[in-house]
Design a protein around this ligand. Structure first.
Ligand code: CA
Ligand code: CA
Length: 331
């Protein structure tokens, strides 16, 4: 056994991802799904983000045919299906994996509209809202485009396409010992200084505009012992909750957030000290793109569904302070 095998087995609780049939003919119920263009008859699924995935990089099929192929695969947890990413973190890890390991292409995944308008669902039946964190901001609303794919032109964020278009695809094969998601416990906070709780934190939303530096200074030097910083999400989930809050409550306003290009050479950091990765989940399609116009500060942009874009730091915008709220403030 190679070293790579050993580490995979440890990570998957002693079991490797299963081998699945990918050859010329795959049985699906009583039908035979004719597959063309495959060079192998079987291959091992890849472990990414704690799940087992098969990434079809050569053959292209319609969404329905691709789904049949995935359903003909199986792990010890049951039959496969087109890949689903119920968590923001799993989605991000997977887009990163495709960026490094896949050819420049578009991959069907397990999300579609079965009926209605804009009624996106994962193939499990769970609803899937457009916008942050899964979708390219302009995508998800095109008529007669009822199937979702991860598209390389948008850092593998989701786009809608006509279901009959042939594309590469990603299958997911379930393992029996699936870790059960523990239900997130959201603390109930008393938010001071007219701040508002969104998710697990207290945020203060400005009613006037400032430059990025003035806004960051304001967040740090006001609010007494609750002084904080410009909004710097520590998780994808925190960013998602903020984007959804802004879409509902602050929909006509752009907001400065605590991201800046510290060197002016596309080295983006949160003011909390963590790097801001390119692509998913924070940036709008093709952003940041105005490096040569000295746009070194991050703005959550209402016309980009509150994904971030780069903006000139000296412009005035509304802003969001993330306050420091101690345990004692909890009820
Ligand atoms: Ca589209
Ligand atoms: Ca820009």
């Amino acid at each position: 056994m190679s070293d790579a095998d050993t580490s995979t087995r440890q990570w998957m609780n002693g079991r490797a991802c299963p081998t699945v049939a990918v050859g010329w003919q795959v049985r699906y119920d009583k039908d035979v799904l004719e597959l063309t263009g495959g060079s192998q008859t079987a291959t091992r699924c890849q472990e990414v983000a704690g799940g087992c995935y098969y990434i079809e990089k050569e053959r292209t099929l319609s969404w329905t045919e691709a789904r049949k192929h995935c359903q003909a695969m199986s792990g010890d947890g049951g039959p496969g299906d087109l890949a689903m990413f119920p968590s923001c973190d799993a989605f991000n890890l997977f887009t990163g994996h495709l960026g490094f390991n896949a050819p420049v292409s578009t991959f069907w995944i397990g999300a579609h509209i079965e009926f209605g308008i804009n009624n996106w669902r994962w193939v499990s039946g769970l609803p899937l809202a457009t916008g942050v964190p899964f979708w390219a901001y302009r995508q998800g609303h095109d008529s007669n485009q009822n199937c979702a794919a991860m598209d390389n032109t948008t850092f593998y964020q989701l786009s809608d396409f006509p279901c009959e278009e042939p594309k590469n695809y990603v299958c997911q094969v379930p393992l029996a010992s699936k870790r059960h998601a523990t239900k997130e416990k959201v603390p109930k906070l008393i938010c001071p200084h007219n701040s508002i709780q969104v998710g697990s934190y207290c945020y203060w939303f400005s009613d006037t505009t400032k430059s990025w530096f003035e806004a960051e200074d304001f967040c740090r030097n006001n609010f007494n012992k609750n002084a904080g910083e410009l909004f710097s999400p520590s998780t994808c989930d925190e960013f998602t909750k903020m984007a959804h809050h802004l879409e509902v409550a602050e929909r006509d306003r752009d907001h400065w957030v605590g991201a800046s290009d510290v060197s002016g050479y596309q080295e983006w950091f949160w003011v909390s000290g963590y790097p801001v990765p390119e692509g998913t989940p924070f940036w709008a399609t093709s952003e940041p793109d105005d490096h040569f116009s000295s746009n070194y500060c991050g703005l959550m942009s209402q016309d980009k569904r509150f994904y971030m874009e780069d903006e000139s730091c000296s412009r005035n915008h509304y802003y969001i302070c993330k306050l420091h709220v101690t345990e004692a403030s909890e009820v």
